[in-house]
Design a protein around this ligand. Sequence first.
Ligand code: UTP
Length: 285
Amino acid sequence: MVVPAGGLGTRFLPATKAMPKEMVPVGNRPSIQWGIEEAVASGIKRAVIVTAPGKELIKAHFAPDPGLEATLRRRGADDLAERVREISRLCQMEFVEQPEPLGLGHAVWCAAPHVRGEEAVGVMLPDDLFAGSPPLLGQLIDVYQKEGCTVLALRRCAKEAISRYGVAAVEGEGPVFRVLDVVEKPAPEDAPSDLALMGRYVLTPEVIAELETTSAGAGGEIQLTDAIRCLAPRGAVVGLEFTGRLLDVGTLESWLSTNAEIVWRDPELGPMLRSRIQELELEQA
Ligand code: UTP
């Protein structure tokens, strides 16, 4: 699996000036850890994480830290020491640097030498957290196993928001659609459907090979969707309208909303959040 985490996180500045966007905590762990945990629950054993110069914290987070573990154990915090240890054992991890943020397609291409020879590769964007069951990447892998081609995650999207996404032109009844074309960030009137691409993919080696010659597209970035759309006319792409929800954490507003939801539902933190909100409401009254 490839986890692109080499972007600049400009929509979340200034919080993401020195802190990688993927390391901003949601509940008690960084958003990228949620993504890796979803992948592991989907059966993934190996992750290639694409980072960028200055984003060394991501690697540090997943590295073993025997010193910290020993200190925690000495202090009697064995549970915490175990949780710290588990982070470095979630799966096998490799790190690749994307020298410049040239786009999602370019980030995936940077990981290509590490996934060469694989039958297909999962791609997980860590700024969307999945809430639901079964895990989203696993849902796509199941479709891949039946269809044997590239699989996209599709979600219905309101017209006002559609131009933030790649949008699929599809045929079929769903929930698995044949994808005829993909348009990156269309104007609402040009969107071929209301099915937007979300941040999980299963890509065949043909898509990775296509990235080799994909030039910059929308926003001057090398777009993954441009490589995918080359294969769509050959009948080599399907999309799954998945079950469950994706929670965005790529902007301050979406991160706040996702954190509020995750903390609200947490058995330990939820009651604390609710009582604090009540206190604040009383103070305001
Ligand atoms: P986003 O567009 O959401 O992330 O890309 P970004 O570019 O970091 O954020 P903004 O738009 O400037 O606020 C989705 C994922 O793709 C990665 C990002 O790190 C994020 O996890 N990405 C994006 C790369 O790895 N490299 C890139 O060149 C662009």
